[in-house]
Write a protein that binds this ligand. Structure first.
Ligand SMILES: C[S@@+](CC[C@H](N)C(=O)[O-])C[C@H]1O[C@@H](n2cnc3c(N)ncnc32)[C@H](O)[C@@H]1O
Length: 285
């Protein structure tokens, strides 16, 4: 990394540079097919204009950065920032032909951005992992022009997300579940509480913070049959880590039960499950 991670983000850097980051890079097509509709909602809300300069926080394999590069055109530019080398490698490969998209390996919470240089800060699921989110967003805000804006897509609480909840509830019948993360701990669902998100962003100096719910069905493991789609589902998200610690027999038992239970969600479009996200917007001043 060009810049070291802020102490407490080191664990996240290790995670996203280890098996998790490699898995996201490897499964990029399937994850993109699954997450695309959710990101498109945010991209529409951000209302990018040709010529704008955009920062994509936690850009991962670069999918949203590429979509934004198209929106801002050759007169604009997008900088993707991420702590994961394997995911950025993928992003750089995909953007090789573009001259308006670049990627930095950096911890967004401490990275020294060019001050007051960006019109928009955007992120699809890349901002929920900061150890100190208020300090991280105060640092990220420094990149915004005075009239700049922020647009984030983040998960609502896990209990509102059937695509995660259904298999977790089946697993809970068979295995000892880990204690849930505390409300201030980083994790995929840590921006679920609107009061917390507002407190973090206002604490970082943003104004006009708004959260709008987005409820959409997504396709899990696109192109796979039910068994393949459930295997994909059980290999991502919180359930993956829980099952990794179980015996092969127990993993198989949970997997079979999830397959039976989700058969009703499988149709001509594949395994379709409900998601609940917030589209968060704010302004710099
Ligand atoms: C759930 S993935 C989302 C990736 C991508 N935005 C997408 O939607 O496909 C979360 C991303 O946030 C990145 N991330 C986590 N902590 C970060 C930090 N402190 N600075 C920059 N990126 C971070 C991870 O490396 C990972 O790529």
């Amino acid at each position: 990394m060009t810049q070291s991670s802020a102490g407490n983000n080191a664990a996240q850097a290790e995670l996203w540079n280890g098996e998790m980051g490699r898995k996201w890079a490897l499964e990029q097509d399937s994850l993109d097919a699954m997450l695309a509709p959710l990101g498109l909602g945010g991209i529409a809300k951000a209302n990018f204009a040709p010529g704008e300069n955009v920062i994509d926080i936690g850009c991962g394999c670069g999918t949203t950065s590429l979509a934004i590069a198209e929106k801002v055109g050759s007169g604009g530019r997008v900088l993707g920032v991420d702590i994961s080398e394997p995911m950025l490698e993928q992003a750089r490969r995909r953007a090789a032909a573009l001259d308006n998209a670049t990627f930095n390996l950096a911890d967004a919470s401490v990275h020294k951005f060019a001050p007051a240089s960006a019109n928009v800060i955007f992120s699809r699921f890349g901002v929920m992992f900061f150890a100190d989110p208020t300090a991280a967003f105060a640092n990220i805000r420094t990149v915004l022009k005075p009239d700049g804006r922020l647009c984030l897509v983040v998960w609502r609480p896990v209990r509102e997300n059937p695509w995660v909840m259904k298999s977790l509830m089946i697993a809970a019948k068979h295995v000892v579940m880990p204690a849930p993360l505390g409300p201030e701990e980083p994790g995929p669902f840590s921006f679920g509480d609107p009061a917390r998100v507002t407190r973090i962003l206002e604490g970082a100096g943003f104004k006009n913070v708004k959260l709008e719910p987005q409820d959409l069905l997504i396709t899990i493991g696109a192109g796979r049959d039910l068994n393949g789609a459930v295997d994909f589902l059980l290999g991502i998200g919180p359930i993956r880590m829980i099952l990794a610690e179980q015996t092969p027999e127990l993993r198989e038992k949970v997997s079979q039960e999830v397959k039976q239970s989700l058969a009703a969600d499988f149709g001509p479009q594949g395994l379709r499950m409900g998601t609940a996200t917030w589209i968060v917007t704010a302004t710099n001043r």
